[in-house]
Design a protein around this ligand. Structure first.
Ligand SMILES: Nc1ncnc2c1ncn2[C@@H]1O[C@H](COP(=O)(O)OP(=O)(O)OP(=O)(O)O)[C@@H](O)[C@H]1O
Ligand SMILES: [Mg+2]
Length: 165
């Protein structure tokens, strides 16, 4: 668990995670409305060095952000309106998720079928007073599942994040 005092800290966690990611990786970002999922995805995009602004898509379900040559693109998916990620195949993304890093908001329970391994990042505001009086504070946890993440030490990710890292 890592405490994320503000949005910059959440973005920094995404940047730091990007250093662990390679083509074919699937990252699910879980958290309630406004938890900071898109903010986190922005950090991943910064870390990967991709083009374009990673935004909360209102009507667009998935967007491909290109990286410099030789590095994986980022496929950013907002699955809020999807009932099945089979629909993702129908979107004709012009990018194979095997060649990209795919970050899915609202994908829990849907996205696991896309890959045999995934990393789940959970953002929450805590309950009660456990995060202190800071309205902005979030709690972040990261859990890897499947062979890709077996034996990968994610502890460095969870060292306290400051916005400069
Ligand atoms: N610690 C924090 N981490 C992330 N975002 C924060 C934090 N504190 C405040 N915020 C603010 O909360 C908002 C989070 O919005 P964001 O779009 O990232 O959330 P989301 O989980 O993607 O929302 P949605 O459920 O609509 O997709 C932003 O305005 C961000 O600046
Ligand atoms: Mg969002």
């Amino acid at each position: 668990m890592v405490l994320l005092p503000d949005a910059d800290a959440t973005r920094a966690l995404g940047r730091r995670l990007a250093g662990f990611l390679r083509a074919g990786d699937l990252v699910l970002v879980v958290g309630e409305l406004g938890a900071g999922k898109t903010t986190f995805a922005q950090g991943v995009g910064e870390g990967l060095g991709v083009e374009g602004t990673i935004a909360s898509p209102t009507f667009i379900i998935a967007r491909v952000h290109r990286a410099p040559a030789g590095r994986p693109s980022l496929v950013h998916v907002d699955a809020y309106r999807l009932t099945s990620l089979a629909e993702l195949d129908d979107l004709d993304l012009d990018e194979s998720i095997g060649d990209a890093v795919t970050v899915v908001e609202w994908g829990e329970g849907l996205a696991e079928v896309l890959a045999d391994s995934c990393l789940t990042v959970t953002l929450d505001r805590g309950r009660g007073a456990d995060l202190g009086p800071e309205a902005d504070a979030r709690r972040g946890t990261v859990r890897g599942r499947g062979p890709r993440w077996d034996g990968v030490d994610l502890a460095p990710l969870l060292q306290s994040v400051d916005a400069d890292s």
